[in-house]
Design a protein around this ligand. Structure first.
Ligand SMILES: C[S@@+](CC[C@H](N)C(=O)[O-])C[C@H]1O[C@@H](n2cnc3c(N)ncnc32)[C@H](O)[C@@H]1O
Length: 220
């Protein structure tokens, strides 16, 4: 691993709001804060928003500033990417953010039933048709989210990928979820809001390649 990456992996561990655990440990035992994030970590009973595959966590950091009365947790497997968001959180002295380095495939080991209010998935790896079960909106993952989301909890997806977007619309229909919002081109269809204002690292790449950005939100 490059030295800069390794340094970031080490650095981030010094932040009190950064937590991690390995795959095999998590498989054997639940994450210690499972069911206790509000009470033991945030020390309040505010809504809990989880950003999956957060990368540099642009959404987590921005939303935490817009909504100080909500708690945010950025989840990714790459600590060096979360390091970028974690440094902003430190600089801004935000108290309503945590970062969690775990595989999303074990997310139900980290949160209890009804513990999460919303899940945000921003530019996840689209995965080719041959690997649909690896998509973060595939039934395999949706069934995990159903274990941790509150009734009528929300899931948001932002992507450039037509195939992933249309696939997710099909999943919403098959599960009988309620589609709350759906844009095939956010910059044509939406005004100035959190969906158009925040551009993540990956969104900027796709925009520079002339791709259109899609967004949907649904209620379970
Ligand atoms: C294309 S990047 C998007 C990052 C960020 N949301 C953005 O828009 O810039 C996808 C992210 O998903 C993370 N990821 C993919 N599969 C994962 C998994 N199973 N568990 C945790 N993180 C995962 C990767 O580490 C990567 O940071």
């Amino acid at each position: 691993m490059a030295r800069k990456k390794l340094q970031r992996f080490e650095d981030i561990k010094s932040f009190s709001f950064y937590l991690e655990t390995g795959y095999f440990t998590l498989q054997k035992q639940a994450f210690p804060l499972k069911g206790k994030w509000r009470k033991d970590f945030f020390k309040n009973y505010n809504p809990l928003i989880v950003e999956l595959a957060c990368g540099k966590a642009e959404y987590t950091v921005e939303m935490a500033q817009h909504f100080p009365n909500k708690n945010f947790i950025g989840v990714d497997i790459k600590g060096d990417r979360m390091w970028v968001g974690a440094n902003k959180v430190k600089e801004l002295e935000l108290k309503n953010v945590a970062f969690l380095r775990v595989p999303i495939g074990l997310i139900e080991h980290c949160f209890d039933e009804n513990e999460v209010d919303e899940i945000w998935i921003i530019f996840p790896d689209p995965q080719p048709k041959s690997r649909v079960s690896k998509r973060l909106t595939s039934p395999r993952f949706i069934n995990r989210y159903l274990k941790i989301l509150k009734p009528r909890g929300l899931i948001h997806l932002k992507t450039d990928d037509d195939d992933l977007f249309n696939y997710t619309l099909e999943i919403i229909k098959n599960f009988n979820f309620k589609l709350i919002d759906c844009n095939y081109d956010i910059y044509k269809e939406r005004g100035d809001d959190i969906i158009t204002q925040i551009q993540t690292f990956y969104e900027q790449i796709w925009l520079s390649q002339g791709k259109t950005i899609k967004y949907l939100a649904f209620q379970i």
